[in-house]
Design a protein around this ligand. Structure first.
Ligand code: CTP
Ligand code: MG
Length: 226
């Protein structure tokens, strides 16, 4: 698999987890009707269980958003397009699109097809029963990826508090990978992607995390740039 295809597939796979983790920051903003998940309670070491940075609104909002992304992925036809992408079978639309655009990277063309053209096509002609059956597994996968992501994030905060790091202090490695580990672990109940996708996710995520957090900090969405 070429690098571009690998990255596209990796993003597609992990997208619900990214959405959950990123949108928890937005949903968790403000103190009104927003209890901390640990209800302000301390652990046996006298320090907070999770801390003020893990809220009910952030968690529920993030999981809901990630699950909706899973639904959107089903609507986009991932259950037809991605297997098609991974197999070497060529479709008529692929060949036509590739020829029309003069591009030779067939994998990328199918991805464009899956994300842009399939939903439009289905919106026009209606969904075949095969996709309707595939929507529930995609929603389940989206839910498990996002629930796992925010549970991993919680475990990360729990570990940070035990290490006496107060809310928002950096824990390099843990801050960037806790949610990925949780997402992969929980979603593996229903889906385990090819190993190279997992490796790509673990390598690329800290870089993206750094970039998005710096952007979030600059936009005053986050208190710290990590
Ligand atoms: N957030 C939330 N609920 C969650 C996760 C995140 O409300 N379950 C919001 C909080 O406002 C949090 C922000 O997203 O401050 C950034 O998340 P994160 O960096 O994970 O938390 P920190 O504040 O850095 O806290 P910690 O030290 O525990 O990681
Ligand atoms: Mg943080």
């Amino acid at each position: 698999m070429d690098l571009l295809t690998l990255l596209l597939l990796m993003f597609w796979y992990i997208l619900p987890a990214y959405a959950a983790n990123g949108l928890a920051v937005i949903f968790g903003r403000g103190n009104q009707f927003n209890a901390p998940l640990d209800l302000g309670k301390n652990f046996i070491d006298g320090r907070r269980i999770f801390g003020e940075g893990k809220t009910v609104r952030g968690f529920v909002g993030g999981v809901t958003a990630g699950t909706l992304v899973g639904f959107a992925q089903a609507v986009a036809g991932e259950n037809i397009g991605i297997p098609m992408l991974l197999s070497s079978h060529q479709t008529i639309s692929l060949i036509l699109a590739a020829n029309a655009l003069g591009l030779d990277n067939a994998m990328c063309i199918i991805t464009i097809n899956v994300i842009l053209l399939t939903p439009i096509y289905f919106a026009l002609v209606g969904y075949p029963p095969m996709i309707k059956e595939a929507i529930l597994p995609s929603i389940t996968k989206g839910f498990l990826l996002s629930f796992g992501a925010l549970t991993g994030d919680l475990v990360g905060s729990f570990i940070k508090r035990r290490l006496n790091l107060s809310r928002g202090r950096p824990a390099p490695g843990l801050d960037q990978l806790d949610f990925i580990a949780g997402a992969i672990a929980f979603s593996s109940i229903v889906y385990v992607p090819p190993l190279e996708l997992l490796v790509a996710a673990i390598i690329v995520t800290p870089l993206i995390h750094l970039a998005t957090n710096t952007a979030g900090y600059a936009l005053h969405l986050k208190k710290e740039p990590w």
